[in-house]
Design a protein around this ligand. Structure first.
Ligand SMILES: Cc1cc2nc3c(=O)[nH]c(=O)nc-3n(C[C@H](O)[C@H](O)[C@H](O)COP(=O)(O)OP(=O)(O)OC[C@H]3O[C@@H](n4cnc5c(N)ncnc54)[C@H](O)[C@@H]3O)c2cc1C
Length: 369
């Protein structure tokens, strides 16, 4: 499979230009001075409540919300840039934030379209709550999913959520459950409480993200907390529209690794950076252009093979670059106090994150060439 010609690089340029936005530049300063220097410790000890409070103060918990909620009204380009900056500085912190951030934009859009939100939705737009996400199990329907059962005035959600990042920090989860007889996906805001029980996962990568398996023990969800119902086919098409693309965190992590290769004392390591930097930029240009085209087409399968190829190529570029950094750092590179091993393990996670069966097939097909 080959990646086709690149369209004009305007989308990627707009993302880079978002550095001029005062909000983005404040976050970049915070990322450089607080997140990056503590990334190794955060990987070992976990993202903590202090960090969430810092995010709240910085406006990162409602960056996409309207000004009347105290939000910075950051648009698509700025949002992509924030994902690049945060993932490059501390991948664990980024992963926790990445579960929260898209829902803020979704709620702001719902409100702008004239649909009122539950009280909890207003709290989220004010940036007072950190959300977790329990979305990905829908991909496994019918083998495994959270079940949604209709009851008077709402729904009952039951089942085991395979992955919830930010557990212990988030007070509300965005849960996507499936009503199987009508094949309807019900997405709702579910407060963490007595009926949401975590089971510990031992992770070899992104362990600092506090990712756990969470059991929903017949949780009652009032209609007011439902933020969307849609046919499973529509959900799947929308999921294809995001999970099939190389995303900003690919490029944020790559930039962090390229920078450290650039700073290496080893001339050959600097050469690796010089060779790969333009390749990564080309993938970034392509990924953002294809994602924008797909959104405009409103069809999750738009140019799907090229998008999957771009995502698979980005994942492989990351494993290659991070491997190069380990090689350049020699034995020290696999000590827990070295960023090379942190980046290499983060790159492994990127390979499985947001992985649909289409993505997996594209990755394995490429590896079998
Ligand atoms: C650390 C981490 C954090 C995450 N955080 C979140 C989050 O906060 N919110 C969220 O919604 N999602 C989260 N995800 C989900 C992520 O997006 C999923 O990895 C992705 O959707 C793929 O799903 P899966 O790993 O559950 O694959 P599955 O659907 O479980 O597995 C897919 C395929 O893998 C193979 N397979 C699975 N198990 C085995 C086995 N035991 N032996 C052999 N083959 C097997 C089979 O071929 C199977 O069909 C997280 C994932 C990880 C790893």
């Amino acid at each position: 499979m080959t990646v086709s010609d690149v369209t004009a690089p305007t989308a990627a340029e707009a993302v880079t230009a978002a550095d001029e936005h005062p909000f983005v530049s404040r976050v970049a300063h915070y990322a450089d001075s607080v997140l990056r220097p503590t990334a190794l410790r955060t990987d070992r000890e976990g993202v903590d409540a202090t960090r969430v409070a810092e995010f709240s103060r910085l406006g990162l918990l409602n960056h996409a919300a309207p000004a009347r909620f105290g939000g910075a009204e950051v648009g698509r380009d700025g949002d992509r840039r924030l994902h690049e900056i945060l993932s490059g500085a501390c991948f664990n912190t980024w992963l926790v934030w990445a579960q929260h951030a898209p829902i803020v934009g979704r709620l702001a859009k719902t409100l702008a379209e004239g649909t009122d939100l539950p009280d909890i939705g207003h709290e989220i737009l004010h940036g007072r709550v950190l959300l977790g996400a329990a979305i990905s199990d829908v991909r496994r329907f019918p083998d495994h999913h959270i079940t949604a059962t209709r009851v008077p005035g709402g729904w009952t959600f039951s089942g085991a959520i395979s992955w919830v990042s930010g557990w212990g920090l988030n007070t509300v989860l965005t849960v996507a459950a499936v009503e199987s007889s009508t094949r309807t996906v019900v997405t709702a805001l579910v407060p963490v409480g007595d009926r949401t029980r975590a089971e510990h996962l031992d992770l070899s990568a992104v362990a600092g993200s506090r990712t756990e398996r969470v059991v929903l023990d017949d949780v009652t969800v009032p209609d007011g907390n439902v933020i969307g119902t849609e046919p499973l086919s529509v959900w799947r098409s929308n999921d294809l529209g995001t999970a099939s693309d190389a995303r900003p965190h690919h490029f944020g992590l790559a930039e962090a690794v390229l920078r450290e290769l650039d700073q290496s004392r080893n001339q050959r390591a600097r050469e690796v950076a010089a060779v790969w930097r333009p390749r990564l930029e080309r993938l970034r240009i392509q990924a953002y252009a294809l994602a924008d085209e797909t959104a405009a087409a409103g069809d999750g399968r738009h140019r799907i093979d090229e998008r999957l190829a771009t995502k698979a190529a980005s994942g492989e570029a990351l494993t290659t670059l991070t491997r190069a950094l380990v090689v350049a750092r020699a034995g020290h590179g696999i000590r827990l106090d070295d960023t090379a091993q942190l980046y290499a393990r983060s790159a492994l996670f990127v390979l499985v994150q947001g992985q649909t069966s289409d993505v997996r097939d594209a990755q394995l097909t490429r590896l079998a060439l």
